[in-house]
Design a protein around this ligand. Structure first.
Ligand SMILES: [Mg+2]
Length: 225
């Protein structure tokens, strides 16, 4: 992982900041730990398998095949009971702080990710105070489908796409399709995808940050920073 670059987005050119959920505001470690326990696989082994499938551009579900647990789908209901709702300590520590900083600086903030519909209410309960919180299952559209981003813009009230930043941890699901849809793309380099993936070229993202604290600093900080 290389350190983030030093580019800035001129905040006068941006109105909305929309955040992804998994590994952007929510740390998914507990989900993977729950799966490891349920399937009786050492957590480190499952985590390494996830890294391997990310490196080969495969879907994360293939990590279960790699550890010889191809029958994981029959355990989904059991997983959901064990994992339950998002908890306060699933939030990355900077999530609420960064969103508050962005709002204080005058940005409008939204949250939209590939998640079950129930996550919207769970995030609200955890204090996620955004003008829009919406999940892929509610939209019946999921990233990287460009229709997800088009519907997101509609829900934001049809702002010019370039006045909306989409912030996510994945190059394939977040950065590249958001850019194609005309939004500004911010890559947050944390979590398995954020560490392992790479940009096709430096200009593929409008901004690269290591955390949401850094995002808030770069977007909401003094213009000369
Ligand atoms: Mg994500």
């Amino acid at each position: 992982m290389t350190s983030s670059d030093r580019r800035l987005i001129d905040r006068r050119t941006l109105d909305w900041v929309t955040l992804d959920v998994g590994e952007t505001i929510i740390d998914e470690t507990r989900a993977w730990r729950t799966w490891a326990e349920l399937l009786a696989v050492p957590f480190l082994t499952l985590a390494a398998a996830l890294g391997a499938v990310i490196e080969r551009d495969d879907v994360h579900q293939s990590a279960f095949d790699l550890v010889d647990r191809a029958d994981w789908r029959s355990r989904i209901a059991e997983f959901e009971v064990r994992y339950g709702a998002f908890r306060r300590d699933d939030l990355y520590p900077d999530a609420l702080r960064a969103m508050a900083g962005l709002k204080a600086a005058g940005f409008r903030v939204a949250v939209a990710g590939n998640q079950p519909a129930s996550r919207t209410a769970e995030l609200r309960r955890l204090g996620i105070d955004a003008e829009l919180v919406v999940m892929s299952d509610e939209l019946r559209l999921a990233k990287p489908d460009l229709a997800f981003y088009r519907r997101l813009l509609e829900l934001l009230g049809d702002p010019a796409p370039e006045r909306v930043a989409y912030v996510g941890d994945r190059v394939d699901n977040d950065v590249l399709p958001a850019r194609v849809a005309g939004l500004r793309a911010v890559w947050v380099r944390r979590g398995p995808w954020g560490v392992i993936q790479s940009l096709p070229d430096r200009s593929a993202a409008d901004l690269v940050v290591g955390s949401l604290d850094e995002l808030a600093r770069r977007l909401a900080g003094p213009a000369h920073e």
